[in-house]
Design a protein around this ligand. Structure first.
Ligand SMILES: NC(=O)c1ccc[n+]([C@@H]2O[C@H](COP(=O)([O-])OP(=O)(O)OC[C@H]3O[C@@H](n4cnc5c(N)ncnc54)[C@H](O)[C@@H]3O)[C@@H](O)[C@H]2O)c1
Ligand SMILES: [Zn+2]
Length: 365
């Protein structure tokens, strides 16, 4: 049975997220039911070569006319020149407002296709078909779409909610080990900020999850999707400080990711960031030592890094916090833990403490 999560924003922007093993085989049917007869698919090149034929077959079976546009894999292609090329190709193929546009791939292509959907002819109906774990539990949900600019990642973008998100766990079977782990870090984050049962599952079923048993993948993804949808409903545009909790581990994580020149994947960097935030929570007397150790054990169960493993000075971290506007009068804003399963925003972290934890986790004095 598919699991359906409804994202309830204002009426015209509400939409379902469907999670289910075997869903790929029903994409055509579902689109037909939604009234979609023409679909332009913006596909990550690697995913297209692995899964494109199957999707084409399914769309043909349901009589959905389709056009596939490929984008080379890699974050460097999430830019204006890709968007421009896609706009051109859509126009050359006479794609109009009667068409839907889909993304097939990870968050890179999802963000780019969403950006193109939002802008082409003032907005086409948009379908997300995420194929990485990170995109299935995070990037495809919530309506943030963007491209990068030389002056900053995700600098140009929109809030543009999709009409539908279809999540097929079987896509994850072809994902590299490193990319899979990258997504697991985000899954752990959801458990840590809000879902004790998910934490329990991650601990108890470690082996099966690492083996990517599809029933478990489905269950885990469904839990994460529900959590994210809930945050998005309460704070669609990320202005109330509610959606900010999703940034647990990300304050330091983003700095580490950037300073590693993206040699560390996002999930690897936020794994270190989560340990950092956990340590702060412990030192400030919120989180018990036992729970901090449990967090560390969970990250090591999934072989995620817990210390800064490249030369990074404390000064760079402090600079990064200023750059992110996280510092106000020498005090810093951070998402911390009261316990495993409950996060909160704390505004009063002394810079001195940040430096101590940075040193402990391997930053250079
Ligand atoms: N919009 C949001 O809310 C949001 C949230 C988080 C991240 N993001 C964005 O997401 C992007 C990162 O996404 P990502 O981690 O999915 O990376 P990605 O899209 O770059 O994909 C990672 C790699 O996996 C490959 N791949 C994808 N699916 C595969 C499959 N099923 N089998 C084999 N290989 C496959 C791709 O070819 C690529 O090489 C970043 O651009 C980030 O800014 C957006
Ligand atoms: Zn993240």
């Amino acid at each position: 049975m598919d699991k359906v999560v409804k994202v309830k924003i204002v009426e015209e922007r509400s939409y379902p997220i469907i999670v289910g093993k075997g869903l790929l085989g029903r994409v055509g049917e579902i689109l037909r039911e939604e009234g979609c007869g023409h679909l332009a698919v913006i596909a990550d090149g690697r995913v297209e070569s692995l899964w494109g034929d199957r999707l084409r077959e399914v769309l043909n079976g349901a009589g959905v006319k389709h056009l596939f546009l490929k984008v080379e894999p890699g974050e460097r292609n999430k830019n204006l020149s890709s968007a421009r090329r896609l706009w051109n190709e859509l126009a050359e193929n006479k794609v109009d407002r009667g068409w839907w546009l889909a993304s097939l791939g990870g968050g890179m292509v999802g963000d780019l296709a969403g950006f193109v959907s939002a802008s082409y002819m003032r907005g086409l109906d948009f379908l997300q078909i995420p194929t990485t774990l990170l995109a299935q539990v995070d990037a495809s949900i919530g309506g943030k779409v963007a491209i990068d600019h030389p002056k900053g990642k995700n600098l140009l973008g929109f809030f543009y909610q999709p009409k539908l998100v279809l999540i097929e766990p079987s896509f994850l079977l072809t994902l590299s080990q490193r990319q899979y782990k990258n997504g697991i870090a985000e899954v752990i984050k959801y458990g840590v900020i809000k879902d004790e049962e998910l934490l329990h599952l991650l601990r108890k079923k470690g082996r099966e999850i690492k083996e990517r048993k599809e029933e478990l993948l489905e269950e885990i993804i469904d839990r994460c999707v529900r959590l994210k949808a809930d945050y998005v409903e309460k704070d669609e545009k990320d202005v109330l400080g509610i959606r900010a909790q999703l940034n647990f581990g990300h304050t330091i994580g983003h700095i580490i990711e950037r300073e590693s020149r993206f040699r560390l994947l996002h999930g690897e960097a936020i794994s270190i960031g989560m340990v950092f935030a956990g340590e702060l929570s412990f030192r400030l007397g919120f989180l018990s030592l036992k729970e901090l150790q449990e967090l560390r054990e969970l990250l090591s169960l999934y072989n995620l890094p817990q210390s800064i493993n490249f030369p990074l000075s404390i000064e760079k971290i402090v600079e990064g916090l200023h750059w992110d506007k996280k510092v106000k009068e020498g005090r810093i804003r951070f998402v911390l833990l009261k316990r495993l399963g409950e996060a909160f925003l704390f505004e009063e972290i002394p810079l001195k403490l940040i430096k101590e934890v940075a040193l402990q986790l391997g930053a250079i004095a």
